[in-house]
Design a protein around this ligand. Structure first.
Ligand code: FAD
Ligand code: 2HG
Ligand code: ZN
Length: 471
């Protein structure tokens, strides 16, 4: 019997897609990568995933796991050989358990992030992972890329929110590691090995994640600033003034927000006059566990002093939930606006916060010297030292001309990141986008250890080949 027929027997005929039906799984959301596949299979349970993987192991069929296909690095897109099977986890979408005494939620890998947040909220708890793709990305994809988002400075990235995993190994065995323990020092941490491995070591089928108390009150403001250095100084003040109540500190270039409101006229900047033309903006979020009055008093004292000292040019404080949402919506619209404006070259980098100002200045100057007129699109999670240092075409350049320079641009920016002690992937992972760049910055020892881990867990190299590491 053919492998396709056997797949149909495992998951049911309608859950094996071929031909045109595969198209959405063969191209990444930015349209940067396109591949081919033997088929797309949509198992409905962990046991079905395991049976599919055992079949693949038997026939030496490569596997590409796929969640919501919102990843930034082409990790869920198969190569052009047409040999791989795309295994989509979307049907594994049940919330298995909420344990409010243990403050944990156990969910299947295909659960949409927003559904996990909503399930937590329905139990009067917070699941704090938050990013603009939350309406379509899956928790399995978040774990596999160790996604960050806008609350990392308070709650950590996905790795720090995960307590236990259920994983199907490349041999098709099921590792039942769904432990809700905050302490477990029983040898090598398999959980942390799978998190951030981008589907190259196994398929995550479920996870036990941490929950937190819902904040009693929140205050959110957009700040107009004269410089990135002022944003960094403001971040220090906010940290000192709010401590663990500081749950968000985002930064963005003025022209980037201007582009958002130009493109989406239903959105508006919360400033008028000269403040609307500020070169930089920041979003500040305070989550208080006492009361709205307490939150307001703390917010006013820190912000008031910053305005008085000239560190902040202007502050638009949200008066209600709708205004808070509108401020966050402006920020979250940046990636989609950027995509609508044309193809850009993305760098998701982290730098020690103290060196970010210098990094941006020297990298901007070096880029302009080599590619005159090239445009910066800089924004990101300043509270985590994570910038999206993206680059768009110069006015006299076509998109193709920009993309023709992309490897030179990557190298210039990434060399600068490296020289500033940073990382060339802060939160999006490696996928196929940064696979070759990785070899320029990891030491020989680091690469060798990574390859040995891959070899030990996936000796036939069937799990997401060509991603993260060269195969
Ligand atoms: P996919 O794109 O389907 O897959 C991503 C990788 O994980 C692939 O390598 C895939 O093979 C693997 N994978 C998927 N599911 C599994 C599984 N169950 N087991 C094993 N491997 C698996 N990221 C951030 O970190 N911070 C942000 O703020 C952020 N904002 C974003 C905003 C927008 C508008 C968009 C489109 C993306 C954003 N991202 C952000 C990118 C981010 O990586 C993804 O949104 C998300 O984490 C990926 O989830 P997904 O389900 O779409 O995974
Ligand atoms: C964000 O922070 C995402 O909005 C996407 O990580 C970043 O589009 C990007 O470069
Ligand atoms: Zn981001």
């Amino acid at each position: 019997m053919s492998a396709l027929k056997q797949l149909q027997q495992i998951v049911g005929e309608t859950q094996v897609l071929t031909g045109e039906a595969m198209t959405p799984y063969l191209i990444d959301w930015r349209g940067r990568y396109r591949g081919e596949a033997l088929a797309v299979v949509r198992p409905g349970s962990t046991e079905e995933v395991a049976a599919v993987v055992r079949l693949c192991a038997e026939h030496k069929i490569p596997i590409v796991p796929s969640g919501g296909n919102t990843g930034m690095c082409g990790g869920a897109t198969p190569d052009e050989s047409g040999r791989a099977l795309v295994v989509c986890l979307a049907r594994l979408n049940r919330v298995r358990e909420i344990d409010t005494d243990n403050d944990t939620i156990t969910v299947e890998a295909g659960c949409i992030l927003q559904a996990v947040q909503e399930a937590a909220r329905a139990s009067n708890r917070l699941f704090p992972l938050s990013l603009a793709a939350e309406g379509s990305c899956t928790i399995g994809g978040n774990l596999s890329t160790n996604a960050g988002g806008t609350q990392v400075l308070r709650y950590g990235n996905t790795r720090e929110l995960a307590l236990g995993l259920e994983v199907v190994t490349p041999q098709g065995e099921i590792w039942h590691g769904l432990r809700g323990l905050r302490k477990d020092n029983t040898g090598y941490d398999l959980r942390d090995l799978y998190i951030g491995s981008e589907g190259t070591l196994g398929i995550i089928t479920a996870a036990t994640m941490k929950l937190y108390p819902l904040p009693v009150a929140q205050r959110i403001a957009m700040l107009a600033l004269n410089s990135l250095e002022d944003a960094i100084a403001m971040l220090s003040r906010a940290r000192a003034g709010f401590g663990a109540s500081l749950t968000g500190f985002e930064v963005m270039m003025g022209p980037v927000l201007k582009a958002v409101v130009r493109l989406y006229p239903q959105q508006r900047l919360p400033f008028e006059g000269p403040s609307a033309d500020a070169p930089w903006f920041a979003i500040l979020e305070l989550s208080d566990s006492e009361s709205a009055e307490h939150a307001q008093a703390r917010f006013e004292s820190v912000l008031g002093a910053a305005i008085e000292d000239g560190l902040v040019v202007d502050a638009a404080i949200a008066e209600n939930i709708a205004q808070s949402k509108a401020i966050w919506h402006l920020r979250e619209s940046i990636p989609l606006a950027e995509a609508e404006l044309g193809k850009s070259i993305k760098h998701d980098v982290s730098i020690p916060i103290s060196l970010i100002g210098q990094f941006v200045k020297t990298t901007n100057a070096a880029l302009q010297a080599k590619f005159p007129g090239i445009q910066n699109i800089v924004f990101g999670h300043l509270g985590d030292g994570n910038l999206h240092y993206n680059v768009a075409r110069a006015p006299n350049q076509t998109e193709q001309e920009l993309l023709a320079t992309q490897y030179e641009v990557y190298q210039l920016v990434h060399d600068s990141v490296h020289a500033h002690g940073g990382s060339i992937s802060a939160e999006h992972g490696v996928g196929q986008l940064k696979r070759d760049e990785l070899t320029r910055y990891k030491t020989e020892l680091e690469l060798r250890l990574m390859k040995q881990i891959k070899q030990a867990l996936d000796p036939h190299g069937l799990m997401n080949p060509g991603k993260v590491l060269q195969t």
